[in-house]
Design a protein around this ligand. Structure first.
Ligand SMILES: [Zn+2]
Length: 118
């Protein structure tokens, strides 16, 4: 089990194991927030937070909702909107740095082709 949390601790994230790789994305929001994303089936991630502890942001075609701590502002995860997908993203910047250091990070062109850039 790996546990991460936002800076103030109001939002906790639990996953059973680290992802095979992490993704650094250049889309309009990821390039501003600099998250490192691991992708999981929704059923494999536990978010522990009071309902009002999270701020949610959706934009554009509203296919996903980005979640951040309402107190400290750290972006913790995103979830799909609707039933089209079960995949969600976890921001591993909220975990111990050793997890990032020991995981391959790939750059993805989320802004355009959605293909890997490296
Ligand atoms: Zn927080």
């Amino acid at each position: 089990m790996l546990t991460g949390s936002c800076h103030c601790g109001a939002v906790e994230i639990r996953v059973a194991r680290k992802p095979r790789r992490l993704t650094s994305c250049n889309c309009s929001i990821c390039r501003r927030q600099a998250g490192l994303w691991g992708y999981y089936d929704r059923s494999k991630v536990k978010i522990i937070a009071r309902r009002d502890a999270l701020d949610r942001y959706a934009w554009g075609d509203k296919c996903l909702r980005l979640c951040r701590c309402a107190t400290c502002g750290c972006v913790t995860h995103w979830t799909p909107i609707g039933r089209a997908s079960n995949r969600m993203g976890v921001n591993f910047r909220n975990f111990d740095p050793s997890v990032i250091e020991s995981t391959r990070v790939r750059r993805v062109d989320g802004a355009d082709t959605r293909k890997f850039l490296d």
